[in-house]
Ligand binder design. Structure first.
Ligand code: ZN
Length: 431
């Protein structure tokens, strides 16, 4: 198992402070940092472009934001936490009473030390997020406050990182993660790091399938990418949306919409082989970008392997989802589960027998025991001939190697090795 713990530690510290959003410099800086791991192409889709039922918004920049009390003391300062500003806040410079201001302040009473994460991408608004403790300490009825947000909206673009690792086959799996969350470690710095390191690992391997990696802002980024790459996406075999894989809580996985799809089987098998207990979250049409990839036009079976899944942990979408909460070791574990599951997925090929009329003369290919007559049909994995005959019998383009492995009650790896043998002899070809 590859150990990337020290690389992960470095990346967490490097990427955590970056102020990301659905557009802007923070996202480009993040993609540039990933380019040091794998050579991403960076795509820019312009503001105003219509993508299905959506429109790419203007690019948002934020330079400064604060609130001062009547003594001129900064009681909220963007410099202390990227989460203090509601993402996509409009520019503001005004004095306001607490009554007026309160509509624009967000805190969580039940988690009094946490600064919540809030966005307002599609509704023109502004706001500040702060801990409940800070609210109680610094804001008082009857007082007046000075509010300053130095932000702007320009005709720019959203930025997407793309990287394809080619395999023997052109058919692809999709591996997608989102880069729009500022300064939260599990959601979704963990996902960005896991995705980058899977890409690095796979780019060093010989693969059967090709793998398409995308780093994009959630929702609008995935929709824009689908709209600009519709034909490619329609041909994707299956995919992962990589998110929240680094918390101290339980492992789990969100199933793809078709529970019988092999991707779900391989994830469960990988957990079991590693003696890891896990939660299963059935597919639902909310969550992350599997919403777009699973939609009717694409129907890509997309799953997520998680450790402290989004929605499920107490610190979700708050400042407490930080570098104390997430550990490099946890991210490394999740990364390894992904790599193992992908290696299984990569062996699940579909073949065709090149000689469907009657049986092939196996001795011609050195695949049949030299002395005839003494051979009795036998079961058991030791008997290579048994597997070859079943493969030639089943491989009509309708069954995957996993289907055949299940049918024969044998490991996929063994079936795969024998299928490669037949492929090398020209008796099987990829369907
Ligand atoms: Zn989130």
């Amino acid at each position: 198992m590859p150990d990337y713990t020290s690389t992960i530690d470095k990346l967490l510290k490097q990427l955590f402070p970056i102020h990301r959003s659905i557009s802007g410099k923070g996202n480009r800086d993040t993609l540039e940092a990933i380019q040091e791991i794998v050579p991403l192409d960076i795509l820019e889709y312009p503001s105003g472009e219509k993508v299905y039922d959506w429109e790419i918004p203007k690019e948002w920049s934020i330079r400064d934001a604060w609130i001062k009390d009547s003594n001129g003391r900064k009681i909220i300062d963007l410099g202390n936490s990227n989460l203090h500003i509601v993402n996509y806040s409009s520019p503001v410079r005004k004095k306001a009473s607490l009554e007026e201001l309160k509509k624009h302040l967000y805190f969580i009473e039940e988690l009094p030390n946490a600064i919540p994460y809030r966005t307002s991408y599609y509704k023109s608004d502004w706001g500040f997020c702060l801990s409940y403790n800070s609210f109680m300490k610094n804001f008082h009825k009857g007082n007046t406050y000075e509010v300053y947000i130095d932000s702007d909206f320009t005709d720019g673009s959203i930025s997407i990182g793309e990287f394809v690792v080619p395999g023997k086959q052109t058919q692809e799996h999709l591996i997608s993660t989102y880069i729009c969350h500022p300064s939260m470690a599990n959601d979704n710095l963990s996902g960005i790091i896991i995705t980058a390191l899977i890409a690095k690992e796979l780019s060093q391997k010989k693969l059967n399938y090709s793998y398409r990696f995308v780093f994009l802002p959630e929702t609008i980024g995935a929709i824009s990418y689908c709209a600009n790459n519709e034909d490619t996406l329609k041909k994707i075999k299956a995919g992962f949306v990589i998110t929240t894989g680094g918390g101290p809580g339980p492992f789990g996985y969100k199933q793809s919409f078709d529970t019988a799809n092999p991707i779900n089987y391989f994830i469960e098998q990988t957990f079991q082989e590693n003696n890891i207990s896990y939660k299963t979250y059935p597919f639902c049409p909310y969550g992350s970008d599997e919403r777009q990839y699973s939609s009717q036009g694409f129907r890509i079976n997309t799953a997520s392997i998680t450790k402290d899944k989004y929605y499920e942990y107490e610190y979700y979408h708050t400042s407490l989802d930080n570098l104390d909460f997430v550990k490099p070791e946890f991210i490394n574990q999740t990364l390894n589960i992904y790599i193992q599951a992908i290696q299984k997925l990569d062996k699940n090929l579909t073949y065709l027998n090149t000689q469907p009329y009657c049986e092939s003369m196996l001795s011609k290919y050195n695949l049949y025991p030299k002395t005839g007559g003494g051979l009795k049909p036998a079961k058991g994995i030791e008997n290579g001939l048994h597997i070859l005959l079943w493969l030639l019998f089943y491989c009509d383009g309708s069954k995957t190697l996993l289907d055949i492995a299940k049918q024969l009650e044998m490991p996929l790896e063994l079936i795969y090795e024998n299928a490669l043998l037949l492929e090398n002899k020209g008796l099987l070809k990829i369907a």
